[in-house]
Design a protein around this ligand. Structure first.
Ligand code: BGC
Length: 827
């Protein structure tokens, strides 16, 4: 028996994260049984600061401890649990606070002029190395810091992309190993990043949050402040001649870091206060060697890494002084040649100009979405010198899933990549073109699938933090993108179901991870959005429905005879359906949090439902709107009173479309679920297995390694769709992966965090087999089925402390307690 996944506030050994009180969670491996009680001892500075004693109700999904946390303090803890059958297990871990509310001794400093990139340096003396050394740092736009020439920490693009006008994230680094006795040199390299570099499409905007670069830092050893940003810092010339998020970077290694002058003491204006970080670090997660070096018919040189990914390329370079190499990102080839048009204005090029020194090279203040890199270099290119590196927020993968179909397995991988590639500090629409923004609709649509694929609570915590901040100036309304670019169309808010992200995402986080404290923290944003909708619709009089406003609705659906990106399903129906679902969720959340308003929202939800039924449903309780998306919403949101008939209608609508889908951002994430839950699972599998347009496997058959923005971003002849807006790395349609986990393999939470689960596998001969392993908040579940000749074999695993309701076709449901189960039966 072993304790795993020891976390504090959903973070592994957090260093310097914002937390009110520590909330502990864990899982138990290799044991059938249940927990009888737990005890926790927390020590700081050699003293016990908290001892819970034996606690029979300690919850492994989240055990909040009323401990007043001190700034800059490391806490070590030991958790011990006992089981019903007399076993014990014990494990230790730690967490450490950042500066919390402690005032800063360091002052904001800035390069003397508006620069694209700069180096700020301070030499300082350390008399004696003793104990732990920590650096507390925020640099704007983005920064990397070096102590004695070594990069500090393993993260990149810090402090990340957040709503700088509401808070400025401070990172805490352990620099103990880099600190020297005697002279030390601390360098902060700054680039524009999201803070001041170009952001937004159609040219975008610059200087969104400030018009110069800034930094603030304190370096402590134990209780001694060794150095802090002040007027004694100097500015050096940066070898990075140019960098921004969209366009790439030019590193001219010939530029010597000469002293330009003193840094100026000046603080950013119009920004929020400094705050210990909420967001996860962006780290290097995966590496890909060159799969093929391509010489194109026109003589170009292209590196193919075999996977569309987000990140950059590292390469070793031994060019002579003044020689340069440029890498330009691309997602696809066209007629064997490099293609870049779908990046729109994002140049996405990294150029390195050599100073004659051999070194490993990589960009600093940019990132790319790419599978291919076009190489421009006058010297021979050796593929073994190049490695593509995948960057994302540190969200580990928690699922594996395999079926008997190779294309379906590839689709599942593509869906995972769609998420991994778009979780770089914000959940973005795409990682390559001149956007890469936290579009709320896309984020909402993928959130359930994401919560079943990667460990997401801390990532979403930060996104929702920013969302609530933006909502606070919009009377609860929710912007199209978070952080909000407050200009142009991207600055708009209140579009359904983009804005519904404020309710759907925290609810998914609750449902899949069961963290009560996180629900409590995110609840005000959920409530604020429903209240905002309510005020608006009530002001227009009449029944409780959404009556106006612009809504992206079933974006990019294929069912509209009118050309353009909007689907055929009435946007006000979609908005009202989401209004109902959100009111219903807020009622449930209020009840869980023991808030008095639960009844009020329950009544509101009931009134919206009544109005929806009256306006949009006929006397037989079928949705009057004859689209796949409307029928799927009617089922999944429980709008129809006759799910059997509505399911039949949905099945017909799919059949009428030649057993193909035609849904967009609203319908696609729920279409297969609607079919499976209403008795038409076979039709859902048929949709999954279609290979011609429009279908999921259409892109797989055309060699996709990620999910595309449009069903036909690439035409059958391999050419890009001439309609434009063709990212090859948009995650929304990858939401089918969530259905594969929860319906094809049948593993769904039945209580928050999978403490109780449903196991309802749906064997289908066409797939032969399916197996999922999921590391849930409650521990590892397995659900698998496999045809073996005339036999059907099942395998299940229920983790310690959990239980599952097993539902097999034609059998009575039964409860499975923790343990492993295998059996076979006649197929
Ligand atoms: C983005 C989307 C987004 C949409 C909304 C697009 O440009 O890439 O995925 O949700 O705009 O209109």
């Amino acid at each position: 028996m072993k304790l795993n996944d020891l976390r504090v506030c959903n973070l592994t050994e957090p260093l310097g994260f914002t937390m009110e009180e520590p909330v502990f969670s864990w899982t138990v491996e290799e044991a059938a049984g249940r927990q009888l009680g737990a005890s926790l001892e927390i020590c700081a500075k050699g003293e016990t600061v908290y001892d819970s004693g034996e606690n029979p109700s300690a919850d492994s999904l989240g055990w909040a401890v009323p401990l007043e946390l001190l700034p800059r303090t490391r806490y070590d803890y030991t958790l011990r649990i006992g089981t019903a059958d007399g076993q014990y297990a014990e494990a230790s871990s730690s967490f450490e606070t950042g500066k919390r509310d402690e005032p800063w001794t360091g002052s904001w400093i800035s390069p003397a002029q508006d620069r694209n990139s700069a180096l700020l340096r301070r030499r300082f003396f350390c008399e004696k190395r003793e104990g732990a050394a920590r650096l507390y740092l925020c640099g704007l736009g983005v920064y990397e810091a070096y102590l004695n020439g070594e990069k500090i920490g393993e993260e990149y693009l810090a402090p990340g992309y957040h709503a700088y006008d509401f808070h400025l994230a401070v990172q805490t680094y352990d620099v103990t190993a880099l600190l020297r006795e005697g002279e030390n040199s601390l360098v902060i390299a700054l680039g524009e990043g999201w803070f001041k570099g170009r952001l937004g499409f159609e040219g975008g905007y610059t200087n969104l949050y400030g018009d110069r670069l800034y930094a603030i830092a304190e370096l402590w050893q134990g209780d001694t402040l060794l150095t802090a940003t002040d007027e004694n810092w100097e500015e050096l010339r940066s070898p990075i001649r140019f960098a921004n998020i969209y366009d790439g970077e030019t590193w001219d290694a010939r530029i010597q870091p000469e002293i330009v002058g003193p840094a100026e003491l000046v603080a950013p204006e119009g920004c929020g206060p400094l705050q210990d970080r909420v967001g996860l670090p962006v780290v290097e997660c995966d590496r890909f060697p060159v799969k093929e070096l391509i010489r194109t018919p026109k003589g170009g040189t292209i590196l193919d890494f075999g996977q569309n990914l987000t990140g950059w390329v590292r390469f070793s370079c031994a060019l002579q002084e003044g020689a340069s190499i440029s890498l330009t990102a691309g997602e696809i080839l066209q007629d064997g040649e490099f293609y870049h048009e779908n990046y729109r204005t994002a140049v996405s090029r990294f150029t390195y100009i050599s100073d004659g020194t051999a070194r490993e090279v990589r960009p600093h203040f940019t990132f790319f979405g790419f599978r291919y890199m076009k190489v421009d270099c006058d010297h021979p290119v050796r593929p073994e010198d190049f490695t593509a590196v995948h960057l994302r927020s540190a969200v580990p993968q928690i699922v594996t899933l395999h079926t008997g179909s190779a294309p379906v397995n590839r689709l599942f991988q593509n869906a995972l990549w769609g998420m991994k590639d778009n979780f770089l500090d914000v959940p973005s629409d795409c990682p390559q073109r001149d956007e890469r923004l936290g579009w709320t609709g896309d984020a909402q649509a993928i959130s359930a699938t994401a919560c079943q694929s990667l460990y997401m609570p801390a990532f979403y915590r930060k996104y929702l933090w920013d969302m609530r901040a933006e909502q606070s100036t919009l009377e609860g309304s929710v912007p199209n993108v978070v952080p909000r670019i407050k200009q142009g169309m991207i600055g708009e808010h209140g579009s359904s179901p983009w804005a519904d992200a404020a309710v759907i995402i925290p609810w998914n986080v609750w449902s899949y991870y069961g963290s009560w404290e996180l629900l409590r923290e995110t609840y005000p944003g959920m409530k604020a959005w429903v209240d905002c909708q309510r005020r608006r619709e009530e002001a227009l009089g009449g029944e409780h429905l959404v009556k106006d406003g612009f809504h992206f609705a079933d974006w990019l659906a294929l069912d509209n005879p009118q050309p353009g990106p909007f689907g055929a399903t009435d946007p006000l129906f979609i908005a009202s359906a989401y209004y109902f679902r959100c009111a219903q969720i807020v009622a449930e959340a209020a009840e869980i949090l023991s808030l008095p308003e639960a009844d009020e929202y329950r009544m509101l939800a009931a009134e919206i439902l009544r109005a929806l039924r009256e306006k949009y449903f006929d006397e037989t309780s079928l949705c009057r709107i004859q689209t796949q998306t409307a029928a799927a919403l009617a089922l999944v949101f429980g709008l129809t009173e006759d799910p059997t008939a509505q399911g039949r209608r949905l099945r017909e609508l799919v059949a009428e479309n030649g057993d193909h889908l035609n849904t967009g951002f609203v319908g696609t994430p729920i279409l297969c679920e609607a079919l499976s839950m209403s008795g038409h699972h076979d039709a859902a599998v048929t949709l999954l297995l279609q290979e011609d347009y429009p279908s999921w496997l259409y892109s797989v058959k055309l060699g996709a390694t990620t999910i595309w923005e449009r069903w036909n971003s690439v035409l059958p002849d391999g050419h890009m769709n001439p309609e434009g807006m063709n990212s090859l790395n948009h995650y929304t349609y990858g939401s089918v992966a969530g259905w594969m986990i929860s319906w094809l393999c049948g593993l769904r939470p039945d209580a928050p965090g999978y403490r109780r689960a449903v196991l309802e596998p749906r064997p289908d001969r066409r797939l032969g087999q399916a197996r999922v392993e999921l590391d849930t908040a409650a521990g590892r579940f397995v659900s698998a089925w496999r045809y073996d000749g005339n036999k059907l074999c099942y395998e299940f695993c229920v983790p310690f402390g959990a239980e599952a309701e097993l539902r097999l076709p034609g059998r009575e449901a039964k409860t499975l307690t923790p343990g492993s189960y295998h059996w076979e039966e006649e197929a």
